[in-house]
Design a protein around this ligand. Structure first.
Ligand code: NAP
Length: 278
């Protein structure tokens, strides 16, 4: 059997589709869900309880996967939340929740798998980012903030752990047809802009009225599974046709340019290359 993969947020959406795809390709998949029994039986993956906001839950999930599989080849940090609404109207509670899951949750899980990957001298950590990590849009500021932060953290992480044989990849999916895209369906007290939204009412209405238009999640899952089977050279990978188009139009650096400039400026190339300090 090909190597083991742990994936967070696998109860539905891109996480579930990716768990299914990887299991069909013969991978031993540990599918993280928050509620027991949320993983459909047909997925072909093993359900593990995983709430990325809890250190205890993260520790137990990683321990059980490593124990069962003898190690982890890849981690897909997929769990994510969205909130929409102008920043002036954002609820602090919801904004914090977003950062807890999208940023700190990814860090907690990466931190927990790193000792195992370091001891084997190999591993692949994939961060499910977004095009919102590259462009801030009106009404998307909380989500963009969490994904921009994920980008910075992942860039640093990639350079910290390469010397241990561990690779980090940032995935940038375009729109996929999951619950996250259905703003109207998920519009509730928790996701809604809080009081004081009147000046932004037309913007919020326009966002809510926009029909959700995305590709089938299975297509993203195939692309993600391909990147796990054949790890890419680049740090950043667009997923899907729109993301590829936007990467081209914005001339987004897949990673090499930023890395070259940063390492030349700081003199830290020796660390990344696994050398001793002169
Ligand atoms: N769909 C898109 O168009 C799109 C585009 C770009 C990037 N993305 C990114 O892709 C990832 C998956 O999104 P999706 O579209 O599949 O969203 P989704 O259908 O809303 O699924 C989100 C998943 O995250 C899980 N989750 C939420 N809070 C969690 C926590 N505290 N601990 C563990 N799991 C948690 C959810 O579990 P429950 O079922 O328990 O709530 C669910 O499994 C996210 O990181 C998102 O930002 C999505």
């Amino acid at each position: 059997m090909a190597g083991a993969v742990l994936i967070s947020g696998a109860s539905r959406g891109l996480g579930l589709a990716t768990a299914r795809e990887l299991a069909a390709r013969g991978r031993e998949v540990f599918a993280g869900v928050r509620k027991p029994g949320s993983l459909p039986a047909s997925t072909g993956a093993r359900e593990v309880l995983l709430d990325v906001t809890s250190n205890t839950s993260v520790g137990q999930a990683v321990h059980s996967a490593v124990k069962a599989a003898g190690g982890l080849d890849a981690l897909v940090n997929n769990a994510g939340l969205h909130a929409f609404g102008a920043l002036e109207t954002a609820s602090e509670e919801r904004f914090r929740e977003l950062l807890e899951v999208n940023l700190l949750g990814a860090w907690r899980l990466a931190r927990a798998v790193l000792p195992h990957m370091r001891s084997r001298g190999s591993g692949h950590i994939l961060m499910v980012s977004s095009l919102s990590a590259k462009v801030g849009l009106p009404g998307d500021g909380q989500y963009a903030a969490s994904k921009f932060a994920l980008e910075g953290m992942s860039e640093s992480l990639a350079l910290e752990v390469r010397r241990f044989g561990i690779q980090v990849t940032l995935l940038h999916p375009g729109p996929y047809n999951t619950d996250m895209l259905k703003l109207r369906g998920s519009f509730s007290k928790r996701t809604a802009p809080s009081a004081g939204g009147e000046p932004y009412a037309a913007l919020h209405r326009a966002l809510l009225e926009r029909p959700p238009k995305g590709e089938p999640p299975q297509e993203a899952a195939r692309a993600i599974a391909d990147l796990i089977d054949s790890p890419p050279a680049a740090l950043r990978c667009p997923v899907g046709p729109l993301a590829k188009h936007i990467f081209k139009r914005l001339d987004i650096d897949p990673g090499e340019r930023g890395e070259r400039v940063a390492l030349d400026a700081t003199g830290l190339r020796w660390w990344v290359q696994g050398e001793e300090r002169e």
